[in-house]
Every structure is written in structure tokens, then in C-alpha cells.
Ligand binder design. Sequence first.
Ligand code: GDP
Length: 455
Amino acid sequence: MVLAQLGGSISRAIQQMSNATIIDEKVLNECLNEITRALLQSDVQFKLVRDMQTNIKKIVNLDDLAAGHNKRKIIQQAIFNELCKMLDPGKPSFTPKKGKTSVVMFVGLQGSGKTTTCTKYAYYHQKKGWKPALVCADTFRAGAFDQLKQNATKAKIPFYGSYMESDPVKIAVEGVERFKKENCDLIIVDTSGRHKQEAALLKKCAKFLKQRYILKPDLAIFVMDSSIGQAAFDQAQAFKQSVAVGAVIVTKMDGHAKGGGALSAVAATKSPVIFIGTGEHMDEFEVFDVKPFVSRLLGMGDWSGFMDKIHEVVPMDQQPELLQKLSEGNFTLRIMYEQFQNILKMGPIGQVFSMLPGFSAELMPKGREKESQAKIKRYMTMMDSMTNEELDSSNPKLMNESRIMRIARGSGRQVREVMEMLEEYKRLAKIWSKMKGLKIPKKGEMSALSRNMNA
Ligand code: GDP
């Protein structure tokens, strides 16, 4: 089950529970069984799922809850918290400091996306003003150095490696020494991975890693392909035994992978997921935060990520006005139009949209950004045929039959398409209306909105 489906199944289970007239033991059990099934289908390890179920039952003691208590909210909150707990080992990973040299080593099986992720990690930090450098100590895979070199050159990041030298430890030590002298503050070492899931090879790999560990990196990041499913727990544990894994990066979250393995890897390594890879390109890389992620998974939207994105992509002079409009809760067609304009300007639009509740699954399915972009342009053409009154009204009743027909004629589209666009607008307006009266958070803050939405 892909993650979006997992989220959908869990939210449906919660919704069904919420629809019940009385919430009793039976309704709660049905809801938890549904969630359990969804998590198991997503390859989350059985023990984790069982523990989660037990914990929720312990927290939500229906007999002890007085009649006045909002049981739905309490159950929802418990589910949300338990999912967060599953993904949060409770201790933060080592965080490199800008201006102070840190050595970060990447480990993981061949094909997991390690080399790609090394560059993404370097590029991410470079954009934030760091001075990163890449060292290719993967002497096992033919072409690894070329791949790193190519990526590094594209991103203008200094790199070090050798076609001749076969000892990875030697290359790593030389590379690190060189970049320390050059005052790089983030030295990233790519190590070699091995073939998939073969115990003997994994053992060998562990030995290599131990050897390599004489490097004493400040942080070892375990890169895991999200599509490996149930094998994730064992694989992560094997790496943890051979090297002090301090953080996890889960790759290929854009594909049709069952993401549950990723949740299990956190439990196996007791290390936090710090980033996720969402595509092959350099900037398809997202900081991973547990709470916004679970919010998004449950279709509640990632408000803090969304706010950060707004600060990043909406022109400075438009930000206060947009945020003001949002907090007033009046989502007019004109606001939708302006946001579509911003979105078309800002490149990989999926990234922004996927953070909004309600947007990701329907308007912007991942991997179909081109079609979505065409759809948005179509919607905008129709809105171009609207009057100012129509664009500025938040009264859905205004859009009567004759207006709809006029818009269709004026934009050369079908009535059905105009109605589809208006339905989309209504759906978004409903979601956005939840923001009414809420405090708009400042850049980077874990927002009050998020807490409110999650409650
Ligand atoms: P390595 O052997 O672990 O170093 O793996 P590579 O970095 O060579 O990656 C293996 C393949 O996975 C390449 O084709 C990458 O483009 C692809 N890849 C890596 N990360 C992602 C990701 O987040 N999403 C997708 N779709 N592909 C990825």
C-alpha cells in the first residue's frame, strides 16, 4: 500500500468512527482494526503495529471517560500521537554546525539512492550557505565516482575521488584531509553498498564499514530505499550493528513504494529520519519532520511546511496580504487564481501543493505534475471569463446556471468543465475556511495552526 493510500485508509477509519452515533468499545475496536490492517499492508513491522494498538487502548479508556468528554477528539489525538511516536525515536540526530567542520558518512545498500542522496544533501546545505564537499569512497561500484563527479560538477560542489585507488579508506582519509584544509564545513563521504538482502554479503559489508569507521565521522546516515518493504527492519538493524547509524534518509518516496518499511527502520535504528527523497532531481529532497508528516499522511495538511513554502516562494510584498486573507477565511476565486499564478511561476509545483490539505491527492497527484499544470491553466482560462463580482465573491450561490454557461462560452470550454472547476474551488474553500481566525505563524515555526488542525 503506498503511503497516500495508507493515509487515506487511516483517515477513513477515523471518519467512520466519527460518524458513529455512540462511540463504544466495538466502534473503537473496528477503527483500530482497520488502522492495523492498513499499517500491516504498508509493511510496517507487526510488533510496532501491535504496540501501537495496545497503547491507544490504554490511553483511550472509554469507561473512564465522562459523558461530556469528546471521545472522538481524544481517540483521534491518540492515533496521531502514536503514529508520531512510531516515527520519532525520541532523540534528535547530531546536527552539523555551519562554519565548523563535520564529516558525514553515508551508508546503505547498492541501489538505495545513496550517491544521489549525498549530492542532494550537499546541495541542500549549499543553498543554505554552507561550504560542502563530496568524497567518493565507493570503489566497489563501477561508475560511482563518475556519477558523483557529474552530480557535484552540476551543483558546483567540490569533490574528491580516484579512478586508480582501490582502497576506500585511503580515499576517504585523503578526501577529508584535503577538504578540512580548504575549510569546508560539511564533508560528505559516499561509501560503497552491496547487493540486496544477502546475508553473507551484508556481513562482509559490515566488516568493511567497521574498517571504514576509523574515519570517525560525526554522523553516519543510513540511506534506505522506501520500496524494500518488510526487509527494511532487518536491513536497518544490520547496518546499525556495524556502524553507529545516527540518522536515516528514506529515498524514492515519490514512487509506488510501500512506505511502511521506513517507519520500521526508525524503530530498528532508533535514529530519526531527517530527510526524504522524492524524485531523481537534486531538489527533490525534503526535510522530514514527524508531526507535519503524519498530519499530511492523515490528510490534515502540513501547515508548517506550507507556511515555510509560502515564505520561500510567494513574493515578499504579497505575503502579508495573502496570509491576512487566509486568516480571514474568505477564499475567493480571485485568491485561487492568484495562487495558481504563483504556483505556475515557482517550478516543481508538486512540492508546494502536496503540503496543502486536500490538494495533493486530487488536484496534484504525484508524478502527474504536467497534467496538473495543464488543468490549472485550463481553470485559469475559465476564470479569465469571470466578472470581478464573481471573482471576489465567496458566495457559492452566485454562480447560477446562466453565469456558468456564459463563462463556458467565453472561455471556449464545456459547461461540465466550468462546474468541475467550481467544485474544486468549493472543496478548497471548505478546507481553507478552517484557517479562519487562526494565528498565522512566523517563518519556520511549528505552527499553532498545525496543532489546531491536528487536534
Ligand atoms: P546507490 O547505488 O545507492 O549510490 O544509488 P544511486 O544514487 O545510484 O541511485 C539508484 C537509482 O535510484 C538512480 O537511478 C537514482 O536516480 C534513483 N533515485 C535515488 N533517489 C531517488 C528518489 O528519491 N526518487 C526516485 N524516484 N529515484 C531515486
